[in-house]
Design a protein around this ligand. Structure first.
Ligand code: GLN
Length: 227
């Protein structure tokens, strides 16, 4: 095993990549390179085999409703590995449509219910009152973030004891128009409505890069231990 190589899984890169989300992976690769690591990014698409534990980081971007219906049919094959990976405290970032698909369901404006993986206790619904589009600003544990949102789904947590929002809104909608919070942080899982990409905010990008390096070091010592 190449100890300098950080492995990133990009779920459905070819279908889920709205408003510059692939920039998140590029920014992380840049930051990791600066710390002396090479990165390998694998596009895991329809029908591909995937074991989350082969990776140091998993990324899942946003998508249109149609692409989400296509991806949602393939995704359940990966439920077990992602569930264990996330609940084991490993780093994953999901944006918008990808974030919605990690919850129980997304009821769209055409009346379809797209089933999510149900790993995180949240659900997303279309409500005719508004499409949430525009600039966002919010405060996270790493400081202020500026980004861009464009979604019709409104996301609600079903178990607020277990989940924390990623940030408190200063401008824009975030998860929904009522709660004034953006995204989700659960262990080292981050879900967010922020495009732009999100990780142009170097405070968040550096925090995620640190999580990835820690995961990489743990993975290397685990592999060396079984040798
Ligand atoms: N299709 C979803 C919605 O409109 C997600 C959009 C996105 O990923 N940008 O809510």
């Amino acid at each position: 095993m190449n100890e300098n190589l950080i492995k990133i899984a990009y779920l459905y890169e070819d279908l889920m990549n709205t408003y510059g989300d692939s920039g998140d992976v590029k920014i992380l690769s840049f930051l990791l390179k600066r710390q002396g690591y090479d990165t390998q990014v694998d596009n895991i698409s329809l029908g591909d085999e995937f074991n989350a534990f082969d990776y140091d980081f998993v990324f899942f971007g946003g998508g249109q409703d149609f692409e989400q219906t296509v991806v949602a049919k393939d995704l359940p094959r990966h439920k077990l590995t992602l569930d264990k990976y996330i609940n084991g405290g490993n780093p994953m970032l999901c944006i918008c449509g990808g974030y919605q698909l990690m919850g129980d369901y997304y009821k769209t404006n055409s009346g379809i219910t797209i089933k999510g993986l149900g790993i995180l206790p949240l659900h997303t619904v279309f409500k005719a009152d508004k499409r949430m589009i525009g600039d966002t600003r919010y405060m996270t544990e790493w400081g202020e973030v500026t980004a861009f949102e464009n979604h019709s789904g409104q996301t609600y947590f079903d178990n607020t004891n277990k989940l924390h929002p990623l940030g408190e809104m200063i401008e824009g909608y975030g998860n929904n128009p009522q709660d004034h919070v953006e995204g989700l942080r659960y262990r080292n899982f981050i879900g967010s409505y922020s495009h732009g990409p999100l990780l142009k905010n170097t405070n968040v990008a550096n925090a995620i890069a640190e999580m990835i390096i820690k995961r990489h070091q743990d993975r290397i010592s685990d592999e060396n231990a079984v040798k």
